[in-house]
Design a protein around this ligand. Sequence first.
Ligand code: F6R
Length: 612
Amino acid sequence: MCGIVAYIGPREAYPILIKGLHRLEYRGYDSAGVALLNGKLHLYKTHGKVSELEKLVADKDISGNIGIAHTRWATHGEPNDINAHPHYSPSKKLAIIHNGIIENYATLKSELINRGYTFESNTDTEVLIHLIEDIQVNEKVNLFEAVQIALNQVIGAYAIVIISQDYPDMLIAAKKGSPLVIGVGEGEFLVASDATPIIDYTKNVVYLEEEEIAILTRNGELKIKTIKNKDKTPYVHKLEMQLSTLEKSGYDHFMLKEIYEQPRSIRDSMRGRLNAQKGIVSLGGIIDYEMKLINAKRIIIVACGTSWHAGLVGEYLFEELTRIPVEVEYASEFRYRNPIIYEDDVVIAISQSGETADTLAAIKLAKSKGATIIGICNVVGSSIARESHAGSYTHAGPEIGVASTKAFTAQITILTLMALSIGSKKGTISTSKFYQYINEIDSIPEKVEKTLKLSKQIEILAKEFKDVRNFLYLGRGYNFPVALEGALKLKEISYIHAEGYPAAEMKHGPIALIDKEMPVVIIATNKGSYEKVISNIEEVKARKGKIIAIVTEGDVAVKNLADYIIEIPETIEMLVPLLATIPLQLLSYYIAVMRGCDVDMPRNLAKSVTVE
Ligand code: F6R
């Protein structure tokens, strides 16, 4: 949700900022802007992508070695030039970039209007910078104090950076609820929403904590205080991210690259945690809290979107392997429902970004009621990871494509290892089954590799279906969440309407939609309920629907019924999601490309949803 990047140091700021914006563009891409200081504050902004901003500034003065830049995902006000960030203060001496939502902006705005201020944009951000300047002028305080006083009046979430013509050697950054990372270089600082714009310049970073304000000065001094004026000592972390992971490496899109990375990313999720030869599954990050999981009366999984689908797979895994009841909750519903939470509940929060506002709020709520929080996040040092008592990183590497692919399979991998580890310690899995399962999961990366070879076949299939208006995805058991995920992937990147259902639910309503125009993707690998899946296929065929079936290699019965067949390698039922997801990702990808959609940056979406 919005990307922020700022620079202060000896170099020209603009090239650093624009490169940073390109890296952050996955977070929002409806408008972009930059403010640079070279004696005077220059501000340029436009609707559209970062490339539009580059065109706009082509003949402008972009010199200066201090600056702030922003790529936006609109919350307040439509995506146009005026609502784009940065925003000026009334005197145009200050400019601000902001990620988050100022919830009480309307009250603050009407107070400011009563005092004679006018506003150009419809944004909450412009209200904040007006408020800061108003305090600075009327209370006769310095910029830092003005920011501090203003932030004490603000309700909501923010990651902000402020630049001032009167303080040409200083940037001020602050954070609450939205992420902000400071890169600490040699005599220079970068500030960004995540580490991707920073990695080219330094591996030393400081993650700003809640309600902290940082003052970054050109002489290399970094001071952090809270909004309540408490001094904080910056803690410098070392980034482990590799630069190559942020590039397309010859693929047409990040999404395709990330789909193809899955044999490696799944292996990386298991690295150091699974030793199939020795029969060991151990997740170091949760070891101190394992007894909580073993003794849990209930597990609640909270997540959103694709991560929620991974959570559904987790429900099947944990119930089967550990016999602990599991509830899977949309974080946004859970947090506002006054949920019943017990101290012996374990809440597992799943989030690729680790910044999703609803998931973060859900775990804060559960934590306040005494539950144990286990995080499964991809982004190291992210807010959810830090808020959790314990957890396991997925280690899938940065996911740049807005549609989640490799993070999903990595999340399922971690959930499988977690359930296996707890189940074996709890005695709810027999030793022979445990060995069978860990050997099978060990072979999954090679099977994913093999599944990816279906790519050509799926591209041909995509050509056949690229112009349809609706798709139905069906699956039973472990394949039900796969159906949901397949449908989500298709709709978000190709804009074709798609629905996922448990196959047996079809007859309770969606069957009304089926006619010869309706393609139905059915994941038909189930061993336990194979006959039932065949009945569901017959029901579709009887109404002339087109069946695209994902089956296990060597299948006969479904092959005879389906219009199109995708054969994936044989595996045990609980691991099928790791394989069956791959052709569905590829199908969505190729259909979207053929429809001319922007696969890596689908309309209206953003990678990291840091607003409610
Ligand atoms: C879909 C997608 C989203 C995210 C959701 C949660 O492709 O990416 O549905 O899964 O916004 O995000 P995280 O996992 O970062 O909490």
